[in-house]
Design a protein around this ligand. Structure first.
Ligand code: SAM
Length: 324
């Protein structure tokens, strides 16, 4: 088992498969949008090897993310390979949904059982304004297709930002109720160079929850997946809402994850810019044992929490390049 010095068991690996994204969300990226050169990105056989080594250390759960994972060719292949690794019992995907509809059958055939789709507005024009791409219809169609193929749960991830999309909180709750989906509201986090970032833009989960309760009675649910979301059922429906509060609450003591960036860096804490170069080690032909020891040493220095002098750390890189 991978256990850090604060007794947290690390059994969850988030793998960013690309830094590329087909959207340009205003709160995520600003200005220049340079992509990393192709050979700096981990090849599939390197990702698969790394996941296998992590699984031997006790990792059981993997999520593919990016950039936008579905901009990279062959994701169904990668999923299938990761599913076949002994000890891995859960593989999921986080996507903006634009290309999901056209790949959903291949992904399902590869073994995908659940998916998280990021969507921050239910208004077509606003979608284009936020993402700088006119692809709202594709995302809605992808959600519908995923529902028809029987993939469950489908989780919609919505970042709530003050005076940007916080007027849509009830619309998202309505969507959860009507479509029987799980909508998870995420607090705006301090990443990268977005001109939009300002701590006054954070809408705390408590405020989002209160607003939903004005229209929808909520019933607490146990958190079966051990994830960071506080989950509720919407009374009288299959719909659920969840609240992910990285900024307003202290969830670090329950953190069970490490990240692998698309360039092969291990990032033991989302909120710390310190990363550890696994790719160079692997490309210097390190054996499995050496990589295993490296992972253990990285877990050993996983920070206790995301705060520095009582403040949440502001990270240099945006989530697109880290792997959100
Ligand atoms: N392209 C995929 C997607 O859209 O889900 C995966 C990568 S994206 C960076 C992952 C998630 O990070 C998205 O839900 C996005 O909204 C979220 N995100 C990006 N910047 C954020 C920020 N500053 N605060 C909170 N969430 C953010």
């Amino acid at each position: 088992m991978l256990v850090d010095k604060y007794n947290r068991v690390i059994d969850y690996l988030r793998v960013s498969v690309t830094d590329r994204c087909n959207l340009r969300c205003k709160y995520c990226v600003d200005g220049e949008f340079p992509f990393v050169a192709h050979d700096e990105i981990l090849r599939y056989e390197e990702i698969i090897r790394f996941v296998r080594i992590c699984s031997e250390l006790g990792v059981t759960k993997v999520r593919l993310t990016g950039g936008e994972p579905l901009t990279r060719k062959g994701i169904p292949f990668l999923l299938k390979e990761i599913f076949s690794i002994k000890g891995i019992n859960d593989v999921s995907l986080t996507t903006n949904g634009v290309f999901l509809g056209r790949q959903i059958l291949d992904l399902k055939e590869a073994g995908l059982k659940r998916v998280n789709i990021s969507l921050d507005t239910l208004k077509r024009e606003r979608f284009t304004e936020i993402t700088r791409v006119d692809a709202f219809d594709e995302v809605l169609m992808s959600i519908e297709k995923a529902m028809y193929t029987g993939i469950r749960p489908i989780k919609i991830n919505t970042v709530v930002i003050k005076d940007f999309n916080d007027d849509e909180i009830l619309s998202f709750a309505r969507l959860a109720k009507k479509w029987g989906l799980e909508v998870r509201f995420i607090e705006f986090m301090p990443f990268g160079d977005s001109a939009l970032w300002d701590s006054s833009r954070i809408v705390p989960s408590r405020v989002i929850e209160e607003r939903i309760r004005t229209e929808y009675p909520l019933e607490p649910l146990s958190n079966a997946t051990k994830g960071p979301a506080k989950m509720y059922g919407i009374a009288g429906s299959e719909g659920k809402v969840g609240f992910i509060s990285p900024v307003s609450t202290h969830i670090c003591s329950e953190c069970n994850r490490i990240r692998l960036t698309s360039t092969g860096m291990i990032r033991p804490c989302l909120f710390s810019d310190t990363e550890y170069d696994m790719k160079s080690l692997m490309r210097r032909n390190a054996g499995d044992e050496e990589i295993r020891e490296f992972v253990e040493s990285v877990v050993e220095v996983k920070p206790a929490n995301k705060h520095e002098k009582g403040q949440i750390r502001k990270c240099q890189r945006n989530l697109r390049s880290i792997g959100g």
